[in-house]
Design a protein around this ligand. Structure first.
Ligand code: CTP
Length: 404
């Protein structure tokens, strides 16, 4: 899947290099969208970037092209990576101080994707203590810098301040995503998906609305990220994710058996299946016949697989789901604790775009350290990608990805 790069271009003479950068990124199979500041447009017109990126170019916070979206939020959510190139001393200063007075700065404050900053300015400006302080502040916030190179500067000076060459920036971006691609290599990811069926007799069973789409998207993404994937799936009408070992089960008990068989070798366990909490206490061998009057059935509890895993886990990262219709946060936090999970992915299935059968989801991630992260409306594949980014960050001290 193509990665989305949001290029923020601020006003310095190096804007001409941003045109080359846009062209090279598009040629390298990235989706590129551009935001320009007013000063950047003093050097190059939006049309140039539009042609090079084959996408809309944004420069006015109040020019909303699509009435259903708020452009700066939508762009911030769209990006897998944001690059500010060239980044002027002014742009760096504004970001370091939380100023949001144009399309670039407003979008940057709304962004959760990694942001790389490629400064370009006069050597003395780059050396100014205020600029140095701003860079240090941004670094401490998790922003990463593509350092300017040394050489002839447009102002006549020779020194540090030239925007890094577009080829080099593209190479760094490519490397970052290659690294992401292999980020689960050597890891065993165990995923459960779909509904379970709890049989009453040979023709009838109890089940739920789960389609397995979320779990299958997670399995596909884990394969793409280089993991060994075991997918334990209830009955669904989906194509098996290529590269995953798929184990088909029907009942909660069969799911439990299959999960326990693979648990000890798993590094990450993601329980997206909608498991029945109850099964008919009796499973009849022959078809039940109707009789006059009402009928009732006795149910017994199935085992809570996630809870069992929570009790037995050693090194594994355990992710559970909570599909709720009300009190989402309360229920998610309760499940996080009662099941000893590391993350609960919660959604309100009544919300449009977040239900069982669609291709999208709106989830909030609850972490065992008390943090929570709300994600916007995303495709289930994007939700899966974001989930793995968060899992990857769980064991790292910094919450941002470095350029190295
Ligand atoms: N789960 C499980 N085994 C069960 C029931 C649920 O492993 N017998 C897992 C699900 O796969 C999911 C999480 O527990 O990851 C939460 O499931 P959910 O059905 O939302 O909640 P329950 O624990 O069943 O609680 P309740 O029905 O009270 O909401």
């Amino acid at each position: 899947m193509k990665k989305n790069i949001l290029l923020c271009v601020t006003g310095g003479i190096a804007v001409y290099k941003a045109v080359a950068l846009t062209s090279k990124l598009s040629q390298s199979d990235f989706n590129v969208k551009i935001i320009l500041t007013k000063s950047a447009m003093e050097f190059v017109t939006p049309l140039t970037f539009q042609v090079m990126s084959r996408n809309d170019v944004y420069y006015d916070t109040f020019d909303e092209k699509d009435s259903k979206k708020i452009a700066h939020i939508d762009l911030a959510d769209w990006a897998d990576l944001i690059v500010i190139a060239p980044a002027t001393a002014n742009a760096i200063g504004k970001l370091a101080n939380g100023i949001a007075d144009d399309m670039v700065s407003t979008t940057l404050l709304a962004a959760t994707a990694p942001v790389w900053i490629a400064p370009a300015m006069n050597v003395h400006m780059y050396d100014h203590p205020a600029v140095k302080n701003n860079i240090a502040t941004l670094y401490s916030y998790g922003y990463r810098f593509i350092e300017p190179s040394e050489g002839f500067l447009a102002c006549g000076y020779v020194g540090k301040g030239r925007l890094e060459e577009p080829e080099k920036i593209v190479e760094l971006i490519r490397k970052k995503f290659q690294h992401d691609k292999g980020s689960l290599s050597g890891k065993h990811v165990l995923i459960t998906a779909g509904p379970t069926r709890e049989h009453v007799d040979p023709v009838r069973f109890f089940t739920n609305h789960s389609t397995g789409k979320m779990g299958y998207a997670i399995a596909q993404t884990a394969v793409e990220l280089g993991a060994k994937v075991t997918l334990i799936s209830g009955p669904v009408a989906l194509k098996e994710p290529e590269g995953a070992e798929v184990i088909s089960i029907e009942t909660a008990e069969e799911m439990k058996q299959a999960v326990m068989e693979h648990f000890s070798s798993a590094d990450i366990v993601i329980k997206s299946a909608a498991v029945a909490d109850y099964r008919p206490a009796m499973r009849y061998d022959e078809k039940m016949k109707k009789s006059e009057g009402p009928m009732s059935l006795d149910f017994e509890r199935t085992e809570d697989i996630l809870k069992l895993l929570g009790q037995q886990k050693k090194h594994q990262i355990l992710v559970g789901f909570a599909a709720e219709t009300d009190h989402v946060e309360y229920n998610a936090k309760k499940k996080l604790q009662s099941k000893n999970a590391d993350i609960i992915v919660a959604n309100n299935i009544k919300q449009e775009g977040a239900g069982f059968s669609g291709d999208t989801n709106i989830v909030t991630l609850y972490f065992k350290n008390g943090e929570k992260k709300e994600l916007p409306l995303l495709s289930k594949h994007q939700v899966a990608e974001k989930l793995f980014v968060e899992i990857g960050l769980m064991n790292t001290p910094s919450k941002r990805i470095d350029t190295e």
